[in-house]
Write a protein that binds this ligand. Structure first.
Ligand code: ATP
Ligand code: MG
Length: 771
C-alpha cells in the first residue's frame, strides 16, 4: 500500500498522519510548539481536496493572521501540485466574518456596503455619544469605554447582557444606555466595529435557521489554527457553524451568559431589534439534522495562550470534548523546529506555570554544533540595539562552514512596541534592511487617514466620522459652530451629515461664507461619487486629493514632515493599484492587512511577541527581559498570578520561535517616556535551566559610561555562569549593581532615575494583530 501513499502524507509521523486522515468527526490536536500543528492543518486541507471530499469553497479554515492565511494557501497549492482555485473561506475570524456579514447585512439593519470602523473612529464616536448624554468626557474617557465595549463584545454580550457591576462602573450607571446608543449610532452610520464582524453573523445565524442550514450544508470541513486563543464570541460562532444536531449543546457557555436584561433596557432600541446574541431561548438548529458528523478540526497549545487580556478563553480547549462528543484528541510530541537547547530552555521555563494540561516535547536533533541560548547584558537600550545590530552583521558574514545567514531568517521580538524604535533607528544607521510587522503602520499615519476619509466618503456617503475628519481639512473656514449646527441638524433628523449639509446650504442657517464653502464640499462629493463607477479608482483618488485641496495643503506646508507626507500620499495611490475598486481597497485597509511590506526584500523582522505566534526563524533576538517590562508591570498589576503566567507563556512563545539561535538581552537602564529608569533582570532569566543557557562574554565596553558597578558584576567574564545562579541569584547581584550604578548614572547625567513603572506603554494599547 505504501507505494500509493501520496507524497504529501509520506513525510508525516504517525500521529500527524492520523490527524490528517481522520476526516470524519471532530478532531482536536493538542500539542506543543513546533510539533507540526499548522502543517497538519495544511496537509489536511490538501488531503480533503485531493480525495475530492470537498470543493475549496466548502472548506472553512481559520488562521490567526492574514499572512498565515496567504501562506497556507500557497502551501496547499504546493502539496496538491498546482494552484488551488479559490479557498474563499480561508482567513481570519474577522475576514470571514466580514464576508458573511456583507452577504446578509440587511438582516441586522445594515447595508452591504457598511464601513468597518477602526479603533480611532470608535473612540471618536463614543466620545460624541458621551458628550451627547451630557456627560463629562474627561471624567468618563471614551477610550476607557471603548475598551469596555470591546471586552463585552469578546464575550458576545449585548447591552442587555452586560454584568450589572460593569454597567454600574461607568458614567454613573449609564454603561448600558451608552453601549445601546453606540450600537444604534453604528446602525445609523451604516457601520460596524471589529467585534460586530463576529457578533452580527452570530445573530444572523441564530435567528435565521434557513441561512444556518445553508452554511451547514456548505461547510463540509471546518479547521481552526491557534485554537487556544479563541474568545467566547469566536467560539460561539464556530460552534454554531459546526454543530448540526438538534440537541442543544451541553456546555457551560450558555449558563455563563446572562440571558435576560436586568435593567429592562432594550438591547437595541431600533425597530429591527436583533435578538441578543447569547439569548438562551433561541436554539439555532432545532429540528435541523445535518449530515450527521461534524468535521471540525482544531489545533492548539494551551502553553501558547497569550490573548487572555483580549478575552481569549483557553478553557475552550477543555470544552471541545464536551461540545463535540466523540472527538478524537491527538497529541504530537516531536518538535521539528528547534534545537535541544532551545527546547530545553523553553520547557524548563514554562514548567513554572501551574494549571497546565502538561505536554511532552522531544527532538531527534542533537547536533553538537548547536549553541546554547545566550543571555546578554547591556547598559541601556541604545547599547542593546547596537549590540543586536553587531550580532546581526556578524551573522551575515560567512561562518567557518561558509554559511551566511539571511536577514529574512532573523527576527527581533519585543514585549512592547515602544521598544521597536531604537532598533529601527540603529538599523537605519547601519543600513540594515528591516520590516516592522504588526506595528504602527503606514495606514495609520495622519495624511493617510485623511486621504482615506475622503475615499470613504465617496464610497459611503453616510460615513459621518470620515466627513467630520475632512470637512475642514484643508481649512475651508468651516468653524466649530458650523460643524455643531450641522451635527445637530443631522442628529435631529437622523440623517448623515453630508445629507444634512446638502439640505442646510439651501437654507439661511449658515453665514454666507460658511454656506459657500459647504456648498462646494457637497458639490465635490456629488461629483466624485458620480465618477466612482466610471473613472479608474487610482485616477479618481488622485483627482479627489487634488480637487479637494488636500495635496496643495501639504505642498504649501513648510514643516519638515510635509515632503514625507506627500510621498506617503503617492505611495497610497500606488498601493491602490493592486485592487479592483476603491471599495475593495478600503476593505483591505480596514481589515488592517499586514501585507504592505515587500516580501522579496531580505530584511530583519521586528515585531511584538504577540504577533510572532505561529512563526519561526533561524535566529531570534529577545530584548528587554527586565522586570516591569517582561513580565510586564501591567500584567502583574491587573492579572496577578494569572497575569504572570500569561507573561511566561509569552516568553515560551518567544523562545520557541527560534530554530537554531536564540539571544536574550536585558539592560540596566531603560528610558521610558523620556525618563531613565534603572531596571532589574527578568525573573524569567532565573527560570532558565543552566545546562541550556550561557551568559555572553561582554565585549561591549560600557566604556562611554565608565564601568561603574559593573566591575564587580557577576556578568564579568571571569565569573563562571554557575555563580550567577548560586545564591543570591541574578536579582540580588543585579540589585547591588543597579544600586551602585544608579547613583553613578543619576549624578553623571542629571537624568531622573526612577524605579520601574511602565505606564501606558504596554501592549494593551490595542493593535489588532493580524486581523
Ligand atoms: P506553533 O505551535 O509554533 O504554531 P506548530 O505546531 O504549528 O508550531 P509547524 O509550524 O506546523 O508547528 O511546524 C514547525 C516546523 O516543523 C515547520 O518548519 C514544519 O515544516 C516542520 N515540520 C512539521 N512536521 C514535520 C515533519 N513531519 N517532518 C519534517 N518537518 C516537519
Ligand atoms: Mg502553528
Amino acid at each position: 500500500d505504501a507505494h500509493r501513499t501520496p507524497d504529501y502524507l509520506s513525510g508525516l509521523n504517525p500521529e500527524q498522519r492520523e490527524a490528517v486522515e481522520t476526516l470524519d468527526g471532530p478532531v482536536l490536536v493538542l500539542a506543543g510548539a513546533g510539533t507540526g500543528k499548522t502543517r497538519v492543518l495544511t496537509t489536511r486541507i490538501a488531503h480533503i481536496l485531493s480525495l475530492g471530499r470537498a470543493y475549496p469553497s466548502q472548506i472553512l479554515a481559520v488562521t490567526f493572521t492574514n499572512k498565515a492565511a496567504r501562506e497556507m494557501k500557497e502551501r496547499i497549492g504546493l502539496l496538491v501540485g498546482g494552484a488551488v482555485e479559490g479557498m474563499p473561506w480561508l482567513g481570519t475570524f474577522h475576514s470571514i466574518g466580514v464576508k458573511l456579514l456583507r452577504r446578509h447585512a440587511e438582516l441586522v439593519g445594515l447595508r452591504s456596503d457598511f464601513t468597518i470602523l477602526d479603533t480611532d473612529d470608535v473612540v471618536r464616536l463614543i466620545k460624541q455619544i458621551i458628550q451627547a448624554e451630557g456627560l463629562d468626557d474627561k471624567r468618563w474617557p471614551a477610550k476607557q469605554f471603548a475598551g469596555m465595549i470591546d471586552t463585552w463584545k469578546n464575550k458576545a454580550l449585548d447591552p442587555a447582557q452586560i454584568p450589572e457591576g460593569d454597567a454600574r462602573a461607568f458614567a454613573n450607571g449609564k454603561g448600558r444606555e451608552l453601549y445601546a446608543a453606540y450600537q444604534n449610532r453604528l446602525k445609523t452610520l451604516n457601520a460596524c466595529d471589529f467585534g460586530d464582524l463576529l457578533l452580527h453573523p452570530i445573530r444572523i445565524l441564530r435567528t435565521n435557521p434557513d441561512i444556518l442550514k445553508d452554511y451547514h450544508q456548505k461547510f463540509r470541513y471546518i479547521l481552526v489554527d491557534e485554537y487556544q486563543d479563541t474568545n467566547t464570541a469566536q467560539y460561539m460562532w464556530l460552534r454554531l457553524l459546526a454543530q448540526r444536531s438538534g440537541r442543544r449543546p451541553i456546555s457551560p457557555l450558555e449558563g455563563e451568559m446572562p440571558g435576560r436584561a436586568e435593567g429592562g433596557i432594550p438591547s437595541d432600541a431600533g425597530a429591527r431589534t436583533p435578538p441578543s446574541v447569547g439569548s438562551a431561548d433561541i436554539s439555532p438548529s432545532r429540528g435541523e439534522i445535518g449530515s450527521g458528523t461534524v468535521n471540525i478540526c482544531c489545533v492548539g497549545d494551551d502553553d501558547q495562550s497569550i490573548y487572555g487580556w483580549r478575552g481569549a478563553e483557553v478553557d475552550n480547549i477543555l470544552r471541545f470534548e464536551k461540545d463535540f462528543p466523540g472527538a478524537k484528541v491527538i497529541k504530537l510530541e516531536r518538535n521539528y523546529r528547534s534545537t535541544a537547547h532551545i527546547l530545553g530552555a523553553a520547557g524548563h521555563l514554562i514548567a513554572h506555570n501551574e494549571g497546565r494540561l502538561g505536554k511532552t516535547l522531544f527532538t531527534d536533533r542533537h547536533d553538537p554544533e548547536d549553541g546554547k541560548v545566550v543571555v546578554h547584558a547591556a547598559w541601556d537600550s541604545e547599547e542593546e540595539a547596537r549590540a543586536v545590530g553587531e550580532t546581526i552583521e556578524s551573522l551575515q558574514r560567512p561562518d567557518r562552514n561558509g554559511k551566511r545567514h539571511n536577514l529574512n531568517d532573523m527576527a527581533i521580538l519585543v514585549r512592547a512596541s515602544f521598544q521597536m524604535r531604537e532598533f529601527e533607528d540603529r538599523f537605519v544607521t547601519l543600513g540594515l534592511n528591516y520590516r516592522v510587522i504588526g506595528g504602527p503602520r503606514f495606514y495609520e499615519r495622519l495624511e493617510i487617514r485623511d486621504a482615506m476619509a475622503y475615499f470613504r466618503m465617496v464610497c459611503q456617503p453616510a460615513d459621518d466620522l470620515a466627513f467630520e475628519r475632512i470637512v475642514n481639512t484643508p481649512k475651508r473656514g468651516l468653524g466649530d459652530t458650523t460643524i455643531r449646527n450641522l451635527h445637530d441638524y443631522a442628529r435631529a433628523r437622523d440623517i448623515p451629515m453630508l445629507a444634512a449639509a446638502s439640505d442646510i446650504v439651501e437654507t439661511d442657517e449658515l453665514k454666507p461664507k460658511a454656506r459657500k464653502a459647504l456648498f462646494d464640499v457637497v458639490a465635490d462629493f456629488k461629483r466624485w461619487s458620480a465618477l466612482l463607477e466610471t473613472t479608474p479608482h487610482t485616477e479618481l483618488a488622485e483627482q479627489i486629493l487634488d480637487e479637494s485641496g488636500y495635496t496643495a495643503m501639504w505642498q504649501n506646508d513648510k514643516s519638515a514632515e510635509a515632503p514625507g507626507r506627500l510621498e506617503n500620499l503617492k505611495e497610497l495611490i500606488r498601493s491602490m493599484e493592486q485592487f479592483e475598486s476603491m471599495r475593495g481597497f478600503l476593505e483591505h485597509v480596514s481589515l488592517v492587512m499586514d501585507a504592505e511590506t515587500n516580501e522579496n526584500l531580505d530584511a530583519v523582522s521586528i515585531m511584538t511577541l504577540h504577533s510572532a505566534k505561529g512563526l519561526e526563524f533561524e535566529t531570534v533576538f529577545l530584548p528587554g527581559w527586565e522586570e516591569g517590562l517582561f513580565p510586564h508591570q501591567r500584567a502583574l498589576d491587573e492579572g496577578g498570578r494569572a497575569g504572570l503566567e500569561e507573561e511566561r507563556r509569552l516568553a515560551y512563545v518567544g523562545l520557541t520561535r527560534a530554530k537554531r539561535n536564540c539571544h536574550i538581552w536585558f539592560v540596566s537602564n531603560r528610558r521610558i517616556h523620556g525618563l531613565w529608569q534603572s531596571t532589574m533582570p527578568s525573573r524569567f532569566l532565573d527560570e532558565l535551566p543552566e545546562n541550556h543557557v550561557e551568559v555572553a562574554e561582554t565585549e561591549q565596553s560600557y566604556g562611554g559610561y565608565g564601568r561603574g558597578g559593573y566591575g564587580q558584576s557577576r556578568f564579568d567574564k571571569q565569573e563562571p555562569f554557575q555563580n550567577a545562579y548560586a545564591t543570591p541569584g541574578w536579582r540580588r547581584a543585579q540589585q547591588n549593581k543597579t544600586d551602585a550604578t544608579r547613583d553613578n548614572w543619576g549624578s553623571r547625567s542629571g537624568h531622573a532615575v526612577e524605579r520601574i513603572g511602565y505606564g501606558e506603554s504596554g501592549p494593551r494599547a490595542r493593535t489588532i494583530e493580524g486581523e
